[in-house]
Design a protein around this ligand. Sequence first.
Ligand code: ZN
Length: 165
Amino acid sequence: MKSDDPWFAACHEAGHATIALMLRLKFGYVAINGTQGKLILRPPKPELMDRPTYAEHFNLRHLKVTYAGMAAELKARGARCPNGLGDEQRERIRLGAAEDTEAAARIEARLSEKATSEALLWAGRQINRDDVWQAICALAQELITKEMLLYGDARAIVQPYGILP
Ligand SMILES: [Zn+2]
């Protein structure tokens, strides 16, 4: 992703990482470099993805993680929406996710419209939770300092906020 301030990039990546931790999706590392960043999710075992129910469950979680980056970035930029997400914010998150990774469009295509809409609302609701947002900010702060965090490091930072399963 691209952004004009390292803090927004850090919040964006911390949003991906925090939701991935909440959904038990492992990643190798999360990193920022100036105003760009990335999170590398661990691919699921191919034999698991051969099972349709597992594949759908994995794809839904992956999509939520993808949406969470843009949702966190919007919140860091001051977007407020007490009742979840407005139409404009939803559109920006979808567009942001599509720019973020080709995977988002591919995953969306495999899921129903209803499932993707629910995933987007879910991601927005999580980002708007105070405890989740505090964890994201803590992670973003650490990313600004260290630039790269391994899965275990990120987990240790988020753990005290009581939001992990
Ligand atoms: Zn992203």
